[in-house]
Design a protein around this ligand. Structure first.
Ligand code: ATP
Ligand code: MG
Length: 333
C-alpha cells in the first residue's frame, strides 16, 4: 500500500499560474508513489466566504477543470468535494474537546489570517474561522494521511494537527496516524501588480485558461522597475516584477535579459512581449488539455473520487467511534 497524502485547494475563484507552480505540479509528480487525496475545500472556503455561497459553488467545477488540465490524473488521484464527506465535520466536532480556545488564538497562521480579514470579521472572529485548524486536522486524519505537502507558512497548522492526534491517541488509544509536513519548495508567484502573492481574488493573476490575447494584455499592464522610465534608462531587474516572471518562464535566457535591462538596451515593452510569448508557450498544453475536458465528465470524475474518499473516511470513523465508545448500531428506520 502506498502512503497517503492529503492536500487541498479552496474553491474561491479561477486557478492561476501560482497554483500550477506552487502546488499542482508538485502534486501531479507525487501521484505514482503516493495515494493522493486532493480535496476541494468548499467547507473551508465558506469560513471566510460565507457571504458568497454561489461563488464557492461555481468555483468547485473550475478547480476540478484546472486540476485535471495541470496533470492531476483521476485514475491515480482522488479528487473530491469536502462537503460531501460529512465524516470530516463529525471528526471536527470530536476534536473540539482536545483543543483550548487560547491555543487556537495563538496559532500563528490563524492569527495572521484573522488580522488580514479584519474587514470581514470586525472586532470578533467567527467560531468557524477560529476553529478551522480543527477542521484541517480532521481533513488530514480522516484519510490516514501520513504526509501533508505545505508551504512553510502552514507549518503551525500541521503542528496543531499532530498535537491533536497525540492527545486523541493518549486518551482513547492508538487510533489516528500522526502526519508529517513535507515543505514544498516552490517560489510564491508574485502578482502582476507586484504584490507578494498572485491571488485568486486580487485581480493580479494570470488564470490557467487565459487566452493568448488576455495573457499579453495582462503582461503589458504588469508593473516594472519604477526608476526605468524611458527605453534606454538602465533598469534594475532585482526589483522588477516582469523580471521575476522571466526567472520562472524564461530561465534559459535570464542572464541576457538581466544584462540588457541593466545596460539600457532593452525596453520594457519588448521585454514584456518576450515574456508573454514564453508564458503563452507554458500555458498552451494546459489549454489544450482543458479544451478536451467536458464539464459533465469532469463532474462525474469528481463525484467518483468523492465516493472513494467517503468510503475511506467512513472506515476511519468506525475506528474513531469504537475508540470513543460511540459505536452504537442504529436499526434502519
Ligand atoms: P484563497 O485566497 O482563497 O486562500 P489561494 O489562491 O491562496 O486562495 P488556496 O486554495 O488557499 O489558494 O491555495 C492552494 C494552494 O496553492 C496552496 O498550496 C498555495 O500555497 C498555492 N498557491 C496559491 N497562490 C499561490 C502563488 N501565488 N504562488 C505559489 N503558490 C500559490
Ligand atoms: Mg490561501
Amino acid at each position: 500500500m502506498k502512503p497517503k497524502i492529503l492536500t487541498g485547494i479552496r474553491p474561491t475563484g479561477t486557478l492561476h499560474i501560482g497554483h500550477y507552480l506552487g502546488m499542482l505540479r508538485q502534486t501531479a509528480a507525487l501521484q505514482d508513489d503516493f495515494e493522493v487525496f486532493l480535496m476541494i475545500a468548499d467547507v473551508q472556503a465558506l469560513t471566510d466566504h460565507f457571504l458568497e455561497p454561489q461563488r464557492v459553488r461555481e468555483a468547485v467545477l473550475e478547480v476540478a477543470l484546472g486540476a485535471f488540465s495541470c496533470g492531476i490524473d483521476p485514475t491515480k488521484t482522488t479528487l473530491f468535494i469536502q462537503s460531501l464527506v460529512p465524516e470530516i465535520a463529525e471528526l471536527t466536532v470530536f476534536f473540539g474537546n482536545l483543543v483550548t480556545v487560547s491555543r487556537l488564538e495563538q496559532n500563528p497562521t490563524v492569527k495572521t489570517e484573522i488580522a488580514q480579514k479584519r474587514e470581514l470579521f470586525g472586532k470578533s472572529v467567527t467560531y468557524g474561522f477560529l476553529g478551522y485548524p480543527l477542521s484541517q486536522a480532521a481533513d488530514i486524519t480522516v484519510f490516514d494521511a501520513a504526509l501533508v505537502p505545505v508551504g512553510a507558512d502552514q507549518l503551525p497548522m500541521i503542528e496543531q494537527t499532530r498535537e491533536i492526534v497525540r492527545k486523541f491517541n493518549r486518551l482513547y488509544g492508538e487510533t489516528l496516524i500522526e502526519p508529517e509536513a513535507r515543505v514544498v519548495d516552490a517560489a510564491r508567484v508574485r502578482g502582476l501588480d507586484g504584490a507578494v502573492k498572485m491571488g485568486k481574488s486580487l485581480g493580479n493573476a494570470v488564470a490557467l485558461d487565459d487566452s493568448s490575447a488576455v495573457v499579453s494584455a495582462k503582461v503589458m499592464s504588469a508593473v516594472t522597475d519604477p526608476l526605468k522610465l524611458r527605453l534606454h534608462d538602465a533598469g534594475h531587474p532585482e526589483v522588477c516584477t516582469v523580471f521575476a516572471y522571466h526567472e520562472l518562464f524564461n530561465a534559459d535566457n535570464l542572464e541576457t535579459v538581466a544584462a540588457e535591462c541593466r545596460a539600457g538596451t532593452r525596453g520594457c515593452v519588448a521585454c514584456k512581449r518576450e515574456l508573454s510569448a514564453h508564458l503563452d508557450a507554458f500555458l498552451e498544453p494546459v489549454r489544450v488539455r482543458r479544451a478536451q475536458l467536458e464539464p459533465a465528465a469532469t463532474m462525474r470524475a469528481l463525484l467518483d473520487g468523492t465516493q472513494w474518499a467517503r468510503r475511506v473516511a467512513r472506515s476511519t470513523m468506525a475506528r474513531v467511534k469504537r475508540a470513543m465508545k460511540l459505536d452504537y448500531e442504529l436499526e434502519p428506520a
